[in-house]
Design a protein around this ligand. Structure first.
Ligand SMILES: Cc1cc2nc3c(=O)[nH]c(=O)nc-3n(C[C@H](O)[C@H](O)[C@H](O)COP(=O)(O)OP(=O)(O)OC[C@H]3O[C@@H](n4cnc5c(N)ncnc54)[C@H](O)[C@@H]3O)c2cc1C
Length: 391
């Protein structure tokens, strides 16, 4: 295989990788995917905001539309939402394949190929501009069907998800927190398809939350994320939670998923290497959703690359990608991280009181009007300030 013809190699055939690839213009792009099938294994609940769906290019695979959420604490509950559709639930396997199919009109794809940084740090000889003489160009090693190839694309993109071998080998994601998730999909469940159910109950998740998401046609996904023991906590939830028991009374498990979510920032540009999606920590810290940010940041990454080639700039120019995506999201991410720190500190009693505060003060109309899944801080932060700190 002639790898040298590619200007850009994207390691990872998930949504972030393909969306980045399809937005790069006039350059040869190759996407490497280690698995034998796009979108497998499933590591997602598939809930995407209406804006997120647009940003992903309205892919196939939507199975349900939801209008709101029942929010539970240990002893309280309220419902947010009205007639407006807020989010859709997707079959990631269908969605990821559809995005890949769309992108493959502009990029080449090599399945069953694994990419990693070859630590050579050599200067690239066939792409030297005056300002690039001192630049370090990382090389890539590609393993494919038992063979190993060493290649030097002008740009390497690590879109290789939470485990990000690319980011790790260049020590780009040292600071992030990792939480792990377990999810079971059930058939024959009995649920209102219009509302997701979210449980802020420390018995089942100390540092995140537990969910029941309707997929339509009597199917649901039930999962929890936490910093440890997620499987044990999900088992406890399934055994003891009254709502789960009602919904799953006659249900049958049909799919088991485990995965992890990065919380917090990574460095996203080093030499000729750029990270996008989960590998870059482009994830909403309060919900763990990474598809909306990943799609948007993929486009920002592609735009930086397009300008880099147009301007014949030095590698230093690539760093503007980090500035640009942070300009878009860091305000919200920072506030979300602050809110998370508070949630991690408070106990179930305090969470009960927050829910009580919302109901007693008739705040549901404001939440319905101003609440936004993609930027929840504008609603959550003022409530926390008043309910927790009495400000
Ligand atoms: C339990 C759980 C529930 C979630 N629920 C939601 C949700 O409801 N909504 C939402 O928006 N987000 C959700 N997420 C997060 C969401 O799944 C991720 O943010 C999203 O998949 C990130 O996309 P990506 O393209 O960056 O990475 P991925 O989708 O992980 O894709 C990375 C790809 O790279 C490939 N790869 C990895 N290393 C290599 C390598 N070295 N060489 C070649 N290929 C490689 C992998 O096989 C994979 O296909 C959830 C996550 C978990 C764990």
């Amino acid at each position: 295989m002639d790898f040298e013809k590619y200007d850009i190699i994207i390691v990872g055939g998930g949504p972030a990788g393909f969306i980045t690839g399809e937005n790069i213009t006039d350059k040869k792009v190759l996407v490497l995917e280690e698995h034998q099938e796009i979108g497998v294994p499933l590591q997602c609940a598939g809930l995407i905001s209406v804006n997120g769906v647009k940003e992903l290019g309205n892919p196939k695979g939507s199975v349900n539309k939801v209008r709101g959420a029942n929010i539970f604490s240990k002893n309280n509950v309220f419902t947010v939402g009205n007639e407006k559709v807020r989010a859709e639930v997707f079959e990631r396997k269908v969605m990821d394949k559809d995005i890949a199919k769309r992108a493959s009109k502009r990029v080449d794809v090599l399945m069953k190929s694994y990419g990693k940084i070859k630590n050579s740090n050599q200067k690239r000889r066939n792409y030297i501009t005056k300002s690039s003489l001192k630049e370090k160009f990382q090389k890539l090693e590609i393993m494919h069907l038992g063979e190993s190839y060493e290649v030097c694309p002008k740009i390497i993109i690590g879109a290789d998800g939470i485990r990000s071998n690319i980011g790790k080998s260049l020590q780009m994601n040292k600071k992030r927190e990792i939480i792990s998730g377990i999810q079971i999909e059930y058939a024959n469940a009995k649920i209102d398809d219009d509302f997701v159910n979210v449980f802020y109950d420390k018995r089942y998740s100390e540092r995140f939350f537990t969910w029941i998401i309707p997929l339509g046609n009597d199917r649901v996904r039930v999962g929890t994320c936490d910093s440890n023991n997620s499987y044990k906590k999900l088992t406890e939830f399934l055994k003891n939670n009254r709502i789960a028991n009602e919904i799953l009374k006659n249900a049958t498990p049909i799919e088991f998923t485990s995965g992890a979510i990065p919380i917090g920032y990574s460095k996203t540009v080093t030499d000729n290497v750029m990270l996008v999606g989960d590998s870059a920590g482009q994830v909403k810290p309060l919900s763990g959703g990474g598809l909306y940010y990943g799609a948007k940041c993929g486009k920002i990454c592609a735009n930086t690359i397009n300008n880099y080639f147009k301007g014949n700039y030095s590698l230093e120019f690539l760093k503007s990608y980090e500035k640009d995506w942070k300009k878009e999201f860091s305000k919200e991410i920072d506030k979300n991280l602050k809110i998370r720190r508070i949630f991690n500190m408070i106990d179930d009693g305090k969470i009960d009181r927050i829910l009580e505060y919302v109901t007693k003060n008739n705040l549901l109309d404001i939440i319905n009007e101003k609440g936004d899944m993609d930027s929840p801080s504008s609603v959550v932060w003022p409530i926390l300030e008043k309910a927790v700190f009495g400000k």
